[in-house]
Design a protein around this ligand. Sequence first.
Ligand code: DX5
Ligand code: ZN
Length: 214
Amino acid sequence: MKKIIVSPSILSADFANLEQECRSLEQCGADWIHCDVMDGSFVPNLTFGMPVVKSIRRCVSIPLDVHLMIDKPERYVQQFAEAGADFITFHIEATESVSQTIRLIHSCGKKAGLSVKPNTPIGALTPYRGLFDLVLVMSVEPGFGGQEFMPSAIEKIQRAKQLFPNVIVEVDGGINKDTAKQVIDAGVDAIVAGSAIFGAPDRRLAIEHIRKGR
Ligand code: DX5
Ligand code: ZN
């Protein structure tokens, strides 16, 4: 059985203690760290940008999985790459230059991810087949942590695995150990979880439960 990648979202972290929070995730077995970048325009919330990613890069050695929820992400790709992002994922709803943005990410030596909001069908990604490295299926409306998992994501994960068998399929939103089991059964490769990990008394155990779906 393949090992599921767990990418804890620091959206639920204590931002006043980000260094400790990120080191603790690494020590507790996180595979990647998921950084949610929001611009108050593409989504109705604001978080952080390149300086925070750069600071996190200095604290941990695991890959940084940067999820850009911003309009025209092509404007900032190079700066996130320089800040130390390993995966740069953007929303196809956020730009008219999807192929160019993927190429830009690759030209910076980084892996490119494409994300779809809950109402965007997975088929919207087929024109870019062969170009990207990761698909991020949103299982909540992007913008906030702690929302309930949308079951429609299950079919999208299955569809993404069929359409793009060689890319990493990641899911984001409302994942706990119960919904983790459902997405693992659907074939997901990587799981983002925020509140379920930061809200748990034992982060190591929470990460293991999500990885195994039990
Ligand atoms: C939502 C973010 C998610 C979020 C997940 O817009 O992209 O990464 O932090 O949080 P939980 O796991 O609490 O749903
Ligand atoms: Zn995210």
